[in-house]
Design a protein. Sequence first.
Length: 294
Amino acid sequence: MRAEKVLCMRRKDFVMTTSSSGAPSLAGLSGTIVLVGVGKMGGALLEGWLALGLDPKYVIAIEPQPTPELTALTKRGLRLNPIAAIVNAAALVIAVKPQVAPMVMLSAKSYVKSQTVVLSIMAGTTLAVLEREFIMTAIVRAMPNTPASIGRGITVAVPNKRVEPPQRQLVNALLSATGAVEWIDKESFMDAVTAVSGSGPAYVFLLAESLARAGVAAGLPQDLAMKLARETVAGAGELLNRSPLDPSVLRQNVTSPGGTTAAALDVLMASDGLDPLMQKAVAAATRRSKELAG
């Protein structure tokens, strides 16, 4: 195991470490992480935590319909739907759908102690709503996205005023298990965040669908058109991820003056092309996010 250094992250009953490479590590955590909801996103978080070295004995999972894989983790020490009281929760992570939030938060109050930080990844559930349920508590609201399921997500987090630096670092490590993390100070940004990164993967998937349909319209067999579209979108995304260059530079590098790419971009970059359409789409998603948040 790589050498680890303690990061001055002591707060009563937990200590978190980072590896010598600077990557977050949960191998030194003591205290308990209570995960309420182990569906797609909650499951992705749990898988990431275990990959970062968290001992399953420090995890309590609350899940009424556990999968066989989750149940199997009890053999490694994970506590599933325990009856006994929880006395040393370092973090309470709420990963359920907003529709069941009121009922879940009511029952989850018993897990929160003076040292506990509450981390919510419930879409549209504001800090104000959470603070009404978890009074005088450190709370972080976060918006992940679906690539978290393969460790390539990005999450935006906003803390309330009660979150102390050690708690913020703990939450950062928990969220980093599924990809990049960005912190903001203004919760008002979260509606636009939801529209850009939260909903963004669907826009990319639609691009692949649309590109494949355009290929079929140009005469390609459907299977070939879809394979070309999938691999092109996936490959371009990975190139964008690995390259230090701005997306506009990468685009220009592919575009020869007067060539085929330039002809296509003339259409996509016209005054009624992709930019204004994407702005309308993100604006619509932002408005809907505000409506759902009340």
